[in-house]
Design a protein around this ligand. Structure first.
Ligand SMILES: [Cu+2]
Length: 142
């Protein structure tokens, strides 16, 4: 019992929360953008999406087979926990045409083949900021 409590304490201590900002404009001059656009975390970690600017929210688009989709509300701060390993692609629905997208890698990229197949198709749907998702995908560690 004591061991289990200790293990629990260690897990809680090591689970981290990361912030992703939703921006109209970042310091590099990118419009309608998540910052950071690519992030790698470990299973059990959480990500908080911060509505730094208005009119944004997040919706998962591609996720590992055994994972759960996530969706936040417009202009609301939202925290999601990621337990399943793999690569997640999400969008800001109002600005998907402007390639307001992001990638989360949780642990190992178990679903990498599906992601590699889908990234060019998803990127092509954008009218503005085309190529952004392809750039983010280069950061995925296999
Ligand atoms: Cu947006």
């Amino acid at each position: 019992m004591r061991f289990i409590l200790l293990l629990f304490a260690i897990c809680v201590a090591y689970a981290k929360d990361y912030e992703v900002k939703m921006l109209d404009l970042d310091k590099q001059g990118n419009t309608m953008v998540f910052e950071p656009g690519f992030i790698q975390i470990q299973p059990g970690d959480t990500i908080t999406f911060v509505p730094t600017h208005k009119t944004h929210y997040v919706q998962s688009k591609l996720i590992p087979d055994d994972a759960e989709h996530f969706l936040s509300e417009l202009d609301e701060r939202a925290t999601f926990k990621f337990d399943k390993e793999g690569v997640y692609i999400y969008v800001c629905p109002p600005h998907q045409m402007m390639n307001m997208v992001g990638i989360i890698q949780v642990g190992n990229a178990l679903n990498i083949q599906k992601i590699r197949d889908s990234v060019p198709k998803l990127d092509r749907r954008a009218q503005v900021n085309r190529g952004r998702l392809i750039e983010y995908a280069k950061a995925i560690k296999e």
